[in-house]
Design a protein around this ligand. Structure first.
Ligand SMILES: Nc1ncnc2c1ncn2[C@@H]1O[C@H](COP(=O)(O)OP(=O)(O)OP(=O)(O)O)[C@@H](O)[C@H]1O
Ligand SMILES: [Mg+2]
Length: 248
């Protein structure tokens, strides 16, 4: 069965169903997870304000520790959920074994990073051992931890491992009308993606997702798709029935 890189959206409503789907996949997987809603909830509880810029969470240095704590805990919980369903998983962040080397994206965004290097050894070792790595998108630069959008991290890792990239989220794909699932694009080229972003059809969290899909393809991923995290979705994207395929 084909190996896949699967990015799990942080908007994990119906998490149990999604964990069942991922645990049951018959081939090797490398997983990357987000944590947007949990991070937002904890920042709120601690009295921090949250701002987004082009779908990226502005991360002042004093919020970075919260981001890392929330993502790390969420990763452990997800790994446990998978292990309990028969797929042994180990939660990592980009700090582990130098996995994600990063650099500051734009100073105005605070401690937000982009991936500058992926050290794939630890992932390859785990896969060889039959263990599913689950990566939280924390990167490291000379100053410390950087918050990387989970889609961005997933795209870079898929490229580095030459794995197909499947972005599971809370919508069935890229939609012409975000409120109408019947308006899903089955396939989008880079040019079409550009036009839809320019028109404002693709907005918010969908922007880093389509960019990550294109980046994964540029870096060697054989294919990339965006689909809803629900039962049957992995077979659905493999057969081309579900989601939006992004092509060069
Ligand atoms: N054209 C579009 N089609 C579909 N969804 C869109 C579109 N434009 C914007 N979106 C938004 O993108 C969202 C998905 O991105 P979002 O960042 O919220 O989730 P995620 O990436 O799955 O989770 P996380 O960021 O926590 O990992 C959708 O819920 C939708 O609101
Ligand atoms: Mg997102």
């Amino acid at each position: 069965m084909e190996s896949l890189l699967v990015k799990i959206g942080g908007s994990l409503k119906g998490a149990a169903e999604l964990l069942e789907e991922i645990a049951a996949y018959p081939g090797p997987l490398v997983l990357v997870h987000g944590g947007g809603p949990n991070i937002g909830e904890w920042l709120g509880r601690l009295g921090f304000e949250t701002h987004f810029h082009n779908g990226l969470r502005v991360t002042p240095p004093e919020q970075m520790e919260v981001v890392e704590m929330v993502l790390s805990t969420l990763g452990k919980q997800l790994a446990h959920g998978l292990s309990a369903r028969g797929r042994n998983a180990v939660a990592l962040t980009g700090r582990d074994a130098g996995l994600l080397e990063a650099r500051l994206l734009e100073p105005e965004l605070g401690r937000v990073g982009e991936v500058s290097g992926v050290k794939t050894e630890v992932l390859e070792c785990l896969i060889q051992a039959g263990i599913t790595p689950l990566v939280a998108p924390i990167g490291l630069d000379g100053e410390g931890a950087l918050n990387i959008n989970a889609d961005t991290a997933a795209g870079a890792i898929a490229g580095a491992l030459s794995l197909p990239a499947v972005f599971l989220t809370d919508v069935v794909g890229v939609l012409r009308d975000p409120k109408d699932p019947a308006t899903r694009y089955a396939r989008l080229t880079r040019g079409e993606v550009r036009d839809l972003v320019a028109q404002g059809v693709i907005s918010g969290g969908m922007i880093p997702k389509v960019e990550a899909a294109l980046n994964a393809l540029d870096r060697g991923a054989p294919w990339a798709a965006i689909a809803r995290g629900e039962r049957g979705v992995l077979q659905g994207v493999l057969s081309g029935q579900a989601g939006t395929r992004v092509v060069l």
